[in-house]
Design a protein around this ligand. Sequence first.
Ligand SMILES: C[S@@+](CC[C@H](N)C(=O)[O-])C[C@H]1O[C@@H](n2cnc3c(N)ncnc32)[C@H](O)[C@@H]1O
Ligand code: SF4
Length: 457
Amino acid sequence: MSDETIPNISTQKSQPSNDPATTRANRTETEVGSVFVSNYPAYSFWSEEDVPQVHRALTDPPRPDSTLGLYLHIPFCRKRCKFCYFRVYTDKNSQQIQTYLDALAREVEHYAQQPAVQDRPLHFIYFGGGTPSYISSRHLRALVTRLKDAMPWDRADEIAFECEPGTLTQAKLEAIRAIGVTRLSLGIENLDDEILRHNGRAHVSKEIYQVMPWIHALDFDQVNVDLIAGMVGETWPSWRQTVQKTIEFDPDSVTVYQMELPYNTVYSKDLLAGDGAPLALADWKTKRAWHAYAFEQLSAAGYVRSSAYTMKKTPDARFVYRDAVWTGQDMLGTGVASFSHLSGVHYQNAPNWDEYLAAIDRGDLPIHRAFATTREEQLTREMILQLKLGALDTAYFRTKFGVDIVAHFSTALSGLRNEGMLQFDMDSITLTDEGLMRVDQLLPDFYQTQYRNARYT
Ligand SMILES: C[S@@+](CC[C@H](N)C(=O)[O-])C[C@H]1O[C@@H](n2cnc3c(N)ncnc32)[C@H](O)[C@@H]1O
Ligand code: SF4
């Protein structure tokens, strides 16, 4: 296959009853329904029935061994990217944004009164989206003043903030820096204007070149750049350019996602409707080759691996949010459709604007569905999420769960070793390069039977 040849995506609909995130298969084409695994058991198993367990967890004292983090969902964007599956709104005016941010602050104030939360220091604060950098500096400062009154965050190890390049001005970056942000993450995705435009991104490459010097001048502890390998229209030459220019920006870390096509994206809906031209979308093998190329180039430029998706410049730099989530620490996820984890209970907020605001207006927490995990489920969740780091330390699981994971998951581990995806001994489990590039597709091998071949969301 030449550099420029991209196979078209299959338009076959995968069955919602066995989504790729819960079903092991050797995939070739990028099919609708593919998704990055972010939790376990899959969200389709969470229900209203378990919501009382959340209220119990909130009124009980906290687990003594867990840190607490705060995630704030800012669901606004200039435009909906055609590949995006996040809960975002592109039609809200300044007054509606104000209403939402007031509700978000009230939600945090409500949490601050709960016995499981009261007086606990925040380990991290994560402004995610959507696009947190979409809101004005005035809105941001007012929100942060209320948040800090409710939950002191002076001792936080990390304050992370996601940005879309075209929403940034020098003044807004100064406001972001002034609220104490330590980790700025920039969604560059690609540096080819035609690819950006075709995929519905709001920004153009000129805006990226404009903001990078401002970001560097403000000296954030860590600057991360997100790229997507396999946007529609991507070719080897455009990808090489994107990777080389990204390295020239000299970020502290680079995160490379392989393009997924979850249900609910503009592209997926068009494909499922079956009308329109076929998409110039790479297959998984090509996306893995692009991902591997980016990692090789970053490695040659002095970066080291931080996870299956991220390379970092400073070996001891930490990503506090990721590590807290992947080790099962408590996290309050606030805002519409946000996910939380408290004392072993997963839960999700109301998934749409009206329901979320109505619950806050009533003075309630806007909890929509929940799942109270068993110890076994907590073990599996941590094991699969930490496998995305590329290597597991078996002693960690022996200490925390009293389980030898090599014996516990022996069937799955031996199978994956036979396929050349990983190696293991008594002390560690290490993915091969081949396994690392497709780790999400391997994870269902570790699921308990009842959670396999199921719907994901
Ligand atoms: C919330 S966005 C980051 C901030 C901002 N909204 C932006 O896009 O610049 C999180 C990241 O998810 C990634 N992403 C979104 N949809 C994706 C998809 N379908 N496949 C792979 N990565 C995706 C993009 O790299 C994006 O930067
Ligand atoms: S990828 Fe980012 S900018 Fe694009 S719609 Fe999703 S959240 Fe918004």
